[in-house]
Structure formats: structure tokens, C-alpha cells
Write a protein that binds this ligand. Structure first.
Ligand code: SAM
Length: 281
């Protein structure tokens, strides 16, 4: 029996059945268009037999599209009513036994994922999209690639290169893990309720080799945060609080890493930040 997708009227009926009124607090904007969920799965190049993790499956529209592609899904949902009902929706829509595992939890706090999925596909809750992405990339090294739908500005920041105005702390931190690119547009009209922001798809691919251990990552992120915390200031001033306490000490550390202390944070690649962090220990 093939997997069938949820239609727009079915999604609203399901929400009524479960007494779910979408809440802003949990970023609950459900996709009610089958073409859109298929487009996301296509952008992620999901293959039969792959293990996918989905953050925030909601009523299950994207979940069913991933399952339709023949992948198995581990779905992490914070809303208990939605988490509890998802297996039944899957069963009603022809999902084979064992293809879906639901984790009823806050994605920001999960430390284990059943099945060790290698692909992330999600329509992320907007208010926590960056922290949740960084948490997943940090905590689950087996995650190799993914496509997520996020607020357009966030997608552009994640994919931004040094030198651009929107390149910031999320861009540099995301780049620690791998490469990011914009992967498609999504109309506001495919959501229920219709959000007051635009959305974009962003794709990532983890680098073959990690840039360093956890200690180096922490130190690098500390310098990144300091650099972008005062992004208009020259690096020697902005990062002084975390590099020796004075502009002179920071200048010496930056120069030791081959970085001009009069630059600004937005001009540094993640590898520049890593060199600075590595040079001070
Ligand atoms: N995937 C569904 C879709 O595309 O229709 C729903 C996407 S909706 C934008 C975000 C979903 O994430 C909601 O189901 C919400 O309850 C869930 N959510 C919000 N915060 C979460 C968290 N911290 N951990 C896990 N799920 C969360």
C-alpha cells in the first residue's frame, strides 16, 4: 500500500479532532500543500532506505512525504498531543510498521536519536531554528546533510559568506560544521496559519573532517560571539574581553594567527576564527 499525503482540508480536520489551535510560542505554522512537502523532500535528495530525522513533525504533512520517498523517520515533537497522534496518522496513510519512530521531547534537549539518522529534514519552529540546528549538528555527528525550511532572513544568514552585511555569528558557527546554500523559496500561502514572514529552504552538508575538538569549538565560538557582539569595532577591541583583556593583548594574539587586528569580525572566515582560537592555547 503506497503512502498517501495529507490534504489541506484533512489537516484542518485533524487539528480540530485533536483540539489543536496552532500556537506562535511553538512556531506552529503547518504546511498544507502536498507540492511543497514533496519539494522539500526532493531538495534533500532523500533516497529509499535512508534514515531521516525530522524536528517538529506537527500534524505530519512533511513526515508523510519523507516516508513516501521510502526513508524511515525519527520525528522529535515537543507538543504531546501531536507526538501522541502521529503514529496513528502514519498508520492511516499506509506507512509500513517500524518506518516511523516518534520522540516526544524538546529538540533542544534530546541527546540521543533512535536509528542514528544521517539526514535532517524539517520545517523548523522559527523561534528556535538556529539553536536547534547547532544543537543537532553538535550532538549527532552521524548527521551528514539536510534541508530545513526557516525564516528567509535566517536562511540567508546561515548561507552568508564573509564580507556580506548579513554574515554574523550564526553564519560563522554554522560554517564550523560544513557548507550551507539556499535551496528554494516557499510561498507564505502554503502555511496554515499564514505567517507574517517569508520562508526559504537552506541545505547543509557536513564537512568530511571536523575542524577540531569540542574545546577548540567552544573557544572559537567565544571569539565569534565577541567579534559579532560589537561588529562595528575593530577586532582588537571587540575580542579583547576574551583574548587577554586588553586591545594590545588581543592584537598580539590576532597577529600570531596571521589576522590583521584592524579588521572587523564580518571579514573573517570560520577558519580564520579557528586559527585565532588555536593560537592562544
Ligand atoms: N512539520 C510540520 C509541517 O511542516 O507542517 C510542522 C512544522 S511547524 C513550523 C513546527 C513544529 O515544531 C510544530 O509542530 C511545533 O509543535 C514543533 N516544535 C516547536 N518547538 C519545538 C521543540 N523545541 N522541539 C520539538 N518540536 C518543536
Amino acid at each position: 500500500m503506497p503512502v498517501t499525503l495529507l490534504g489541506a482540508s484533512e489537516i484542518r480536520a485533524l487539528a480540530a479532532e485533536l483540539d489543536v489551535t496552532p500556537t506562535k510560542k511553538l512556531g506552529q505554522n503547518f504546511v498544507v500543500d502536498a507540492n511543497t512537502v514533496r519539494k522539500i523532500v526532493h531538495a534533500a535528495r532523500v533516497q529509499p532506505g535512508e534514515r531521516v530525522v525530522e524536528i517538529g513533525p506537527g500534524l505530519g504533512s512533511l513526515t508523510l512525504a519523507i516516508l513516501e520517498a521510502g526513508a524511515s523517520v525519527t520525528a522529535v515533537e515537543i507538543d504531546h498531543r501531536l507526538a501522541a497522534h502521529l503514529p496513528l496518522t502514519a498508520q492511516r496513510h499506509g506507512v509500513p510498521e517500524g518506518a516511523l519512530t516518534v520522540v516526544d521531547a524538546d529538540a533542544l534537549r534530546v541527546t540521543e536519536l533512535p536509528g542514528e539518522p544521517t539526514v535532517l529534514v524539517a520545517n523548523l519552529p522559527y523561534n528556535v531554528s538556529v539553536p536547534v540546528l547547532l544543537h543537532f549538528l553538535e550532538t549527532f555527528p552521524y548527521l551528514q546533510r539536510g534541508v530545513v525550511m526557516v525564516q528567509a532572513e535566517v536562511a540567508e544568514r546561515l548561507a552568508a559568506a564573509p564580507g556580506s552585511k548579513i554574515y554574523g555569528s550564526p553564519s560563522a558557527k554554522a560554517a564550523w560544521y560544513g557548507s550551507w546554500r539556499l535551496a528554494g523559496t516557499v510561498s507564505r500561502q502554503v502555511f496554515w496559519p499564514v505567517p507574517n514572514v517569508d520562508s526559504l529552504l537552506v541545505a547543509f552538508e557536513r564537512d568530511a573532517a571536523p575542524r577540531g575538538d569540542d574545546d577548540l569549538r567552544r573557544r572559537t565560538f567565544q571569539i565569534v560571539d565577541a567579534a559579532f557582539g560589537q561588529r562595528r569595532k575593530m577586532l582588537r577591541q571587540a575580542v579583547a574581553p576574551v583574548l587577554g583583556g586588553t586591545a594590545a593583548a588581543a592584537s598580539a594574539a590576532l597577529e600570531a594567527a596571521g589576522i590583521d587586528p584592524t579588521l572587523r569580525g564580518e571579514q573573517l572566515t570560520i577558519d580564520d576564527f579557528v586559527r585565532v582560537a588555536a593560537s592562544v592555547h
